[in-house]
Write a protein that binds this ligand. Structure first.
Ligand SMILES: Cc1cc2nc3c(=O)[nH]c(=O)nc-3n(C[C@H](O)[C@H](O)[C@H](O)COP(=O)(O)OP(=O)(O)OC[C@H]3O[C@@H](n4cnc5c(N)ncnc54)[C@H](O)[C@@H]3O)c2cc1C
Length: 447
């Protein structure tokens, strides 16, 4: 039996009936003994597993002595979105993985302890950060996701005048418009956005750079620029019939759900894809009224890019998985989607991703009857980035090309980070990029 404490969760019925947070965090009587299991290793392998460099050993030591706020502040020094990351980081792949190399039978539940201290801090309120002594320099940040907001926060704390331009009506990026609320409640994100803006960051929401203001104007008005525009919401696959009523794009579906405007679903719903977005779309479809949700994936579970915890979460909610099956086209009845013509696949030689290539099995075509299909086959870089950010060199995939050590783009004084650069990773990676870019911008402005 596992010695690691488990968080309390909503019951099966409760979790499917709304968007309340499913995991409820550890109780004090669970957190303290778990902190006491930590060996406080002198080389702290857990810290090397956290890209943001949170002092894990330090916060667990403070937690153990019941200094919860001190523990939370230590974590926050390294990560502006500490409470968000405590909920959404794949900790078993990050800080907890190197912890397994210690003499412990099971790694410390670092993610759950991190969540415990950030919950304590949220209850009391996060202490705002002060602006630094004014430097007289102005910086524009394009995109208010975790990368842009972190960069803005750090620069304002250094005394620069920072203005964030955000296309949506609210700042937060995918923390608001992507990750579903049952995993990441809106109140948690809002409190951390407030903290991110606390050193006096200006935000202009509803302003899309390239439409409402040009990149050239921004470059002219500011001493440095950070681009943190993330990826486009739309997915890449172009399956015939994808514009039929009933065929939905996962990014758009999740965005509507975040706004409380998701279409009401009924009958059987297929989700096409095997990544985290597919898992979120599947669990959101259940909450939107689907009778049954089936994930269709063209390889096997072993090759699925979704994190194990996300797959388990979806399975717990009753999501069904069908492997080795690829969609060919959406089938129409009376002008509406009625099914998906699929072909069975088998695994062949590795492709460019290093995973075995799914090959169609001749003669295995069949129709999966569904009322709705949600396409979750990967986000792509904003197609308009080339025109909007003219002069900025892009990679062949459409992501922004940067110097890895500084996140400098091909245009002097312009830096970039987060999903727009890495093609789609994690909140903690976006935060880390935001910090590195802020340091590089500060160095650039101090020359
Ligand atoms: C459904 C889903 C679930 C996810 N789950 C997790 C998870 O559990 N854990 C995890 O760590 N990560 C998860 N991620 C990934 C994570 O959300 C992203 O890696 C992270 O948000 C990237 O941050 P960013 O700041 O680079 O971009 P974003 O969060 O995408 O923010 C970019 C911002 O830029 C704005 N913008 C774009 N173009 C313009 C423009 N021209 N002018 C002005 N503003 C503009 C956008 O509106 C957006 O607000 C998930 C992603 C999705 C889609």
């Amino acid at each position: 039996m596992s010695v690691r404490p488990r968080m309390k969760e909503l019951s099966d019925e409760e979790r499917k009936s709304g968007f309340d947070e499913v995991e409820k965090g550890l109780a004090l009587h669970q957190a303290l003994p778990e902190a006491s299991r930590c060996l406080f290793c002198h080389d702290a392998p857990c810290v090397s597993g956290c890209v943001a460099g949170i002092d894990v050993v330090g916060f667990i030591r403070r937690l153990k002595t019941r200094n919860f706020i001190g523990a939370a502040r230590l974590a926050r020094e390294a990560n502006v979105f500490s409470a968000v990351c405590a909920r959404v980081c794949p900790s078993e792949e990050q800080c907890e993985r190197p912890c397994s190399s210690t003499n412990l039978a099971e790694p410390i539940a670092i993610g759950a302890l991190h969540r415990f201290i950030t919950d304590e801090e949220l209850k009391r309120g996060i202490r705002p950060r002060q602006a630094g002594t004014p430097t007289g320099k102005k910086v524009a940040v394009i995109g208010a996701g975790p990368a842009g907001l972190t960069c803005a926060h750090e620069l304002a704390a250094q005394g620069h005048e920072v203005t964030v331009y955000e296309a949506e009506d609210e700042p937060g990026g995918l923390m608001i418009y992507g990750i579903p609320r049952y995993r990441l409640p809106r109140e948690v994100v809002n409190k951390e956005i407030e903290y991110a803006l606390s050193p006096g960051v200006n935000v202009k929401t509803g302003v899309r750079v390239g439409k409402d203001i040009s990149f050239d104007e921004i470059k002219k008005d500011y001493d440095a620029v950070f681009i943190g525009i993330g990826l486009g919401y739309r997915t890449q696959a172009d399956i015939p019939g994808h514009d039929l009523p009933g065929a939905l794009d996962a990014g758009e579906f999740l965005r509507l759900a975040a706004l409380g405007e998701a279409p009401r679903l009924s009958g059987d719903v297929a989700v096409i894809g095997g990544g985290n977005v597919a898992m979120d779309a599947a669990c959101t479809a259940i909450r939107a009224g689907a009778d049954k949700v089936i994930v269709l994936y063209r390889r096997t579970e072993e090759e699925m890019p979704a994190w194990k915890r996300e797959i388990e979460f979806a399975r717990k909610e009753g999501v069904e998985f069908r492997y080795l099956v690829a969609p060919l086209r959406f089938v129409e009845t009376d002008g509406k989607l009625a099914g998906i013509e699929c072909v069975s696949t088998k695994l062949g030689e590795p492709d460019s991703s290093g995973r075995p290539r799914p090959e169609a099995v001749p003669g295995s075509e069949h129709v999966v009857d569904v009322s709705y299909a949600i396409l979750a086959t990967g986000q792509a870089p904003w197609p308009e980035a080339k025109e909007v950010f003219s002069g900025i060199e892009l990679n062949p995939s459409g992501t922004v090309k940067v110097e890895p050590d500084t996140l400098a783009t091909s245009v002097e004084g312009v830096f970039a980070g987060g999903d727009a650069v890495n093609g789609g990773k994690t909140v903690v990676q976006a935060v880390t990029d935001g910090k590195l870019a802020a340091k590089s911008i500060n160095d650039f402005l101090s020359k």
